[in-house]
Design a protein around this ligand. Structure first.
Ligand code: SF4
Length: 337
């Protein structure tokens, strides 16, 4: 992947495109303003040889300047493939920008807002993990630590392998141990336990966005929309997953919705994914769980422009943490290949 310039979009075109989305205030004046910011971002991207990577949960107007949109595994791979760019602007949260830095030590990796963190990543520190790992190794000498990519680089560096929601079961089944300490998401750990004969020891963490979704809410929508296909993210509670038609990562949801003969879907994950589906798959209906991640939404078009203008905020990692995290991420890519 190399820097590329997108064709300019007018305010009228942007308004036509975004006004189908309900929850944001996309009037003509806002779309005119966004169109001029988008043009300036594109100009600066070309001037600075920068690429923009955006997570599926970003604001819809951010998708307009993204060179690639995807889930964490796809973004990890894309970050690794960046060749000709000098700068990566990461429109996502802090741990994702760290992953881009892990694979691109010689490039400047920028996160437009340093407050864009993650409740899940915050639930495990390297110190707490090191202590728990040492305790469990006394009981299970073959113990391996698998960390979901939604954690900090220093936690990844203490892990035998990373995983994403798309490949977690595959990585657990492929690693050479029968006892797995799985951090930090308890819901994903519980889901993986249903996919493996190995013993999973879970960490007590969760994503506040997915953990607040209840089975009762999903049942209510199902009753109102008979035949709707329910697609749920594995960070949801097990009773929510139990009533879903499919349990999928965000990018697998995109493929499922494109390929399925069904026309109505309830998307049980952060609302940004439903926005992407609405924009990319016209003619099908996507109902939202109406849960927004406050951290993902801290990234704005204005902040992205300032990031490129002032080259801020740069992600930096010590070499031992970067190398440890790189090994755990490479192991994930090998085990899930
Ligand atoms: S949706 Fe959840 S896991 Fe993703 S960044 Fe937000 S808090 Fe973290």
């Amino acid at each position: 992947m190399a820097p590329e310039t997108h064709a300019a979009i007018t305010g009228a075109e942007l308004y036509h495109k975004l006004s189908v989305l309900g929850q944001y205030d996309y009037d003509r004046a806002a779309c005119d303003r966004y169109a001029s910011i988008i043009a300036e971002i594109e100009r600066l991207k070309a001037q600075r040889r920068a690429v923009v990577l955006a997570h599926n949960y970003q604001r819809p107007e951010i998708f307009e300047v993204a060179d690639f949109i995807g889930d964490s595994l796809e973004l990890a791979r894309k970050a690794k493939e960046v060749r000709d760019a000098e700068i990566i602007v990461f429109c996502g949260v802090h741990f994702m920008a760290e992953t881009a830095k892990v694979f691109n030590p010689d490039r400047k990796v920028l996160l437009p807002d340093l407050k864009a963190g993650c409740s899940l990543a915050d639930s495990v520190t390297a110190e707490a993990l090191a202590q728990r790992k040492a305790e469990l190794k006394q009981i299970y000498p073959d113990l391996k630590v698998i960390s979901y990519v939604n954690c900090t680089a220093d936690v990844k560096a203490l892990s035998d392998a990373c995983c994403t929601s798309a490949n977690a079961a595959k990585v657990v089944n492929a690693i050479d141990s029968g006892h797995i300490l799985f951090v930090p998401d308890q819901n994903l750990a519980n889901y993986v336990q249903t996919q493996t004969g190995k013993q999973i020891i879970s960490w007590d963490g969760n994503c506040y966005v997915h953990h607040q979704i209840t089975a009762a809410e999903v049942e209510k929508v199902k009753r109102g929309l008979p035949g709707v296909k329910v697609l749920a993210h594995p960070e949801c509670r097990s009773d929510v997953l139990g009533i879903a038609d499919a349990v999928l990562s965000t990018s697998a949801m995109v493929r499922y919705a494109q390929e399925s003969g069904a026309t109505e879907f309830l998307i049980v994950t952060e609302c940004g994914l439903s926005d992407r589906l609405l924009l990319e798959i016209p003619g099908k209906h996507f109902y939202k769980a109406c849960k927004l991640c406050r951290y993902m939404k801290m990234i704005t078009l204005e902040g992205t422009l300032d990031s490129l203008r002032h080259l801020r905020y740069e992600i930096e990692l010590s070499e031992d943490v970067r190398e440890g995290a790189r090994q755990a991420l490479e192991r994930m890519l090998e085990l899930s290949a």
